[in-house]
Write a protein that binds this ligand. Structure first.
Ligand SMILES: [Zn+2]
Length: 607
């Protein structure tokens, strides 16, 4: 099997991936996550999905990946293209415009982000990982770790406190500043800012701690004011002697956040750091300077690089950046109507984008809505090292390609489940076995070659074309089905849930008991994740209609969920509550599920 190679922004070269772990098994990866002041747009998700694909490819290579993606809920200022950003806090600005408290605003957009991430099947938000806070650290909850890093920077003389009680990074102490972005000193100075009355030693210096009485989120480094009690307790433990007395109440700079959170949850050194290319400078450049200044972090240079093995003053060994996204070959623009959030595409009418809805309808999307797996397909389908041009035509092409994949997958499954054609042998032919093994190998080779998804997709479709010309027996269809599922471990675009099924009368009867029903409900993934599951349960027990949207959003209808609905309906029937039983049937119908009562039981079809 081929080895995984990645383009390392730090060296600008293609390098063989090798983990820092001496056992060669575990991989640590940090991805800069969303700033939660609005709905994340498709350009943001392109970079998050790149991290998702990278993580899945690492897993396919046998690594165990710990993937941390943070939530920025404080300190990200509006003018963020210079290292020493200025302007208002993005969150505070949005909160002011909406008349909300910034914390409330942050939670609102964080929840929306999580919802979108799940719909787009980001693995770090699926299953148990979704509820592990250390994998999704919030900046506002890591101020103790940030102040600890700032204090270290001061002690190591990589930072200084100005007259206003703010802390600046002293860039002259770190000559490697600029190595990641490849910027030379003139460019760095051009990307710096000095405000009137400000006392910086070098225009390139950037703040680590900012003092601004107008800022709504404030922490007092010398007292309890502004702190969440648990965070304050941790702060006292981390820094029993506190920080430099000259530091005034304020808030952290955006860059120090990621240095602190990455260290808190992954340790001093990490294997991979990802982000969008707009993060390279200043954000990641500053992260490197901070982590080195505070903790003297060095990572070995990967083998196969020109400076093989020699240590680098950085805390991440591989820096992987996704390139930008354009819409219709232009920058996304609200004025041109080409600014898309994920939810705009999922349901433009709810987002009050009537014009987008009709454009999508014209392109063949039913109801003007784009299914989440089509959006995922479109956003992962080109290589991350290339800019992406997004358009409705590209979405349509993604939809068509996915449909071909899905149709082949469904047919294969049909052959496997009907599996008794006597004319066809029960063992797979060498021809099919060879096709499967070659395709799988070529797919891996493409992905290991710096995540070349276009080449990997070419392998998928050439396999599908070949399979389409063959008449497959059940054993062969089984092999081909396994191949498609193997592709989908990385791509994760197929609808792999059953499209029809039968619930026997015996099965249905066994659920006519509230404890069994409750256990059954508890086993469902989205039930377990529902925020008000106790309330849902009380409603069902009281014979009221549950809140269906919470119980199972439409795109989550699968065999288990349908079974649960049928079980609730049977319980209603038993209690002679036919209004409720009929309401459940209608509700299922709305979700595309037809239920037919047959002598064998309940046959359902998801259309
Ligand atoms: Zn970051």
């Amino acid at each position: 099997m081929s080895v995984l190679k990645l383009k390392n922004t730090y060296t600008k070269s293609l390098e063989v991936f090798q983990p820092l772990d001496s056992q060669g098994r575990r991989v640590t990866m940090y991805s800069c996550g969303p700033t939660v002041y609005s709905y994340a747009h498709i350009g943001n998700f392109r970079s998050f999905l790149m991290a998702d694909i990278l993580r899945r490819v690492l897993e396919r290579n046998g690594y165990e990946v710990k993937h941390v993606m943070n939530i920025t809920d404080v300190g990200h200022l509006t003018e963020d293209d210079v290292a020493d950003a200025t302007g208002e806090d993005k969150l505070q600005k949005a909160a002011r415009e909406m008349g909300w408290d910034p914390y409330k605003l942050a939670r609102h957009y964080e929840n929306a982000f999580v919802e979108d991430a799940r719909k787009l099947r980001m693995k770090n938000y699926s299953g148990g990982e979704a509820s592990e806070p250390e994998l999704h650290p919030r900046a506002a909850s890591h101020v103790p770790e940030m102040l600890a890093a700032i204090q270290k920077l001061l002690e190591n003389e990589f930072a200084y406190v100005d007259e206003q009680g703010q802390v600046y990074y002293d860039i002259q102490k770190f000559p490697e500043y600029g190595k990641l972005s490849g910027k030379v000193i003139d460019e760095l100075e051009a990307g710096a800012r000095v405000a009137v009355g400000e006392h910086k030693r070098d225009p390139r210096d950037f703040y680590l701690w900012k003092v601004d009485p107008k800022h709504l989120m404030q922490w007092d480094p010398h007292g309890e004011k502004g702190w969440d009690p648990a965070d304050y307790e941790r702060y006292r433990q981390l820094l029993p002697k506190g920080v430099d007395q000259r530091i005034k109440p304020g808030f952290p700079g955006w860059h120090i956040e990621c240095s602190a959170m990455s260290r808190a949850h992954l340790g001093n050194l990490i294997d991979i750091h990802t982000g969008g290319e707009d993060n390279i400078f200043p954000h990641h450049e500053c992260e490197i300077a901070q982590s080195y200044g505070a903790f003297h972090t060095h990572v070995p240079g990967p083998h196969g690089a020109s400076d093989e093995g020699s240590p680098r003053k950085a805390f991440a060994r591989y820096w992987v950046h996704g390139r930008y996204l354009l819409v219709n070959n232009k920058k996304m623009s609200k004025r041109d109507g080409t600014f898309y959030t994920v939810r705009d595409l999922l349901d433009p009418r709810s987002a009050e984008r009537e014009e987008l809805a009709s454009q999508l309808e014209q392109a063949g999307f039913k109801g003007g809505r784009v299914p989440a797996n089509v959006i995922r397909f479109a956003l992962i389908s080109n290589q991350y090292t290339q800019p992406m041009n997004f358009s409705i035509e590209a979405l349509k092409a993604a939809g068509n390609a996915l449909e071909r994949m899905q149709t082949r997958y469904d047919k294969l499954r049909e052959v496997v489940s009907n599996g008794t054609n006597p004319d066809l042998a029960g063992v797979a032919s060498d021809k099919v076995l060879e096709l499967v093994s070659k395709a799988e190998e070529a797919f891996d080779d493409a992905l290991n070659d710096n995540l070349n998804v276009p080449n990997a997709l070419a392998v998928v479709f050439s396999a599908i074309n070949e399979l389409n010309t063959m008449e497959l027996g059940p054993a062969e269809a089984g092999e081909a089905l396994r191949l498609m599922e193997s592709f989908d471990e990385v791509l994760d675009v197929l609808d792999r849930s059953a499209r029809s099924g039968l619930i026997t009368r015996e099965q249905a009867a066994s659920w006519l008991d509230s404890e069994t029903l409750k256990t059954k409900a508890g086993q469902l993934k989205h039930w377990a994740e529902a925020p008000d599951r106790e309330q849902l349960w009380e409603m069902i027990e009281a014979g009221q209609l549950p809140m269906y949207e919470d119980l199972a959003p439409i795109e989550q209808m699968d065999a288990e969920t349908i079974e649960l609905f049928v079980a609730i309906r049977q319980n209603a029937r038993k209690a002679k509550d036919f209004t409720m039983a009929d309401a459940i049937r209608d509700e299922l119908k709305k979700r595309g599920v037809q239920i037919e009562d047959t002598p064998q039981g309940f046959r359902w079809v998801l259309g």
